[in-house]
Design a protein around this ligand. Structure first.
Ligand code: AMP
Length: 293
């Protein structure tokens, strides 16, 4: 097994990556908040197959958590994360301290307009500003050729692509498919919060999305394909689960994230984003599907 270096200091990480690039290596980068699972590892494997050197960051970014969110109880198992990454063949792990990423008097933030004010953005004020800021900082530290993100956090992928384009960042954003449990639940570090009955109830998210997908595909070519009909189908599946409290359920344009009126109106692109956020007990879960007509 090859050597894997763990670096905490942002400036050391920056100079190590600079030297690697000067030697002609391509760097693939996977930003994570740790407590790694198969979803994260799918990104790591893709990065390894595309790049000479793979860097994974493990950083629970405080600026993307609201005051009432789970920053302090976010699950952690750093030693396990390291052994998983080592067995995948990762070269470098970046594990900075919050006080080095956001020292006293830190003042600079990145904010992507419009795309971030809807879906999760409307429920988690400041969240995407925190994500855009930390991703920019990580890109500046690591200087990757490519960076890998999961479709599971769809709105995040759209925002990061927009930020990269608008700010002329020299990095390719690669979006990888959502990895699911055998029963369809999207794998997430937050699934570890779920009690056994909540874990079974959580399958309602993918059931609702699949019902929405079936509704769209069933409506194909017919005029009654209003997004309200599709979201009502999804909502009624969610409502059938007493433990599920719906935060949002939407059919949206996959590029702008604008809510769609007619599914038909998206057929010029032929793809509709179905997205939802649901609380099961105290745990907030999100999921989405892209439905191609
Ligand atoms: P997180 O540690 O939750 O911030 O996630 C780090 C990266 O892993 C993000 O790009 C996520 O979208 C991605 N990710 C999380 N869960 C999954 C999953 N089930 N399938 C694919 N990618 C995922």
């Amino acid at each position: 097994m090859k050597n894997m270096n763990i670096i905490e200091s942002p400036s050391e990480m920056q100079s190590v990556c600079r030297v690697l690039r000067q030697k002609g290596n391509t760097i693939g980068f996977v930003p994570t908040m740790g407590f790694l699972h198969e979803g994260h590892l799918s990104l790591v494997r893709r990065a390894i197959s595309d790049s000479d050197v793979v860097v994974v960051s493990i950083f629970v970014n405080p600026t993307q958590f609201g005051p009432d969110e789970d920053l302090n109880r976010y699950p952690k198992d750093f030693e396990r994360d390291l052994s998983l990454l080592k067995s995948e063949g990762v070269d470098l792990v970046f594990h900075p301290k919050a006080s080095d990423m956001y020292p006293k008097n830190y003042a600079t933030f990145v904010y992507v307009e419009r795309i971030t004010d809807r879906l999760c953005g409307s429920k988690r004020p400041g969240h995407f500003r925190g994500v855009a800021t930390v991703v920019s900082k990580l890109f500046n530290i690591v200087g990757p050729c490519r960076s890998y993100f999961g479709q599971k956090d769809y709105q995040q992928t759209v925002m990061v692509k927009k930020m990269v384009k608008d700010l002329h960042m020299d990095v390719e954003v690669v979006v990888c498919p959502t990895v699911r449990e055998p029963d369809g639940l999207a794998i997430s570090s937050r699934n570890s919060y779920l009690l056994p009955e909540e874990r079974s109830a959580a399958t309602v998210l993918i059931k609702a999305l699949r019902a929405g997908e079936a509704a769209i595909l069933g409506f194909n070519g017919k005029s009654e394909a209003s997004s309200t009909t599709v979201t009502s189908v999804m909502r009624s599946v969610l409502d059938s689960e007493p433990m599920a409290e719906v935060e949002y359920v939407e059919a949206a344009d996959p590029d702008t994230l604008d809510q769609l009126k007619e599914i038909q109106s998206s057929t010029s692109k032929s793809t509709t984003l179905l997205a939802l956020a649901v609380r099961i007990g105290k745990t907030r879960l999100i999921d989405n599907l892209l439905v191609k007509i």
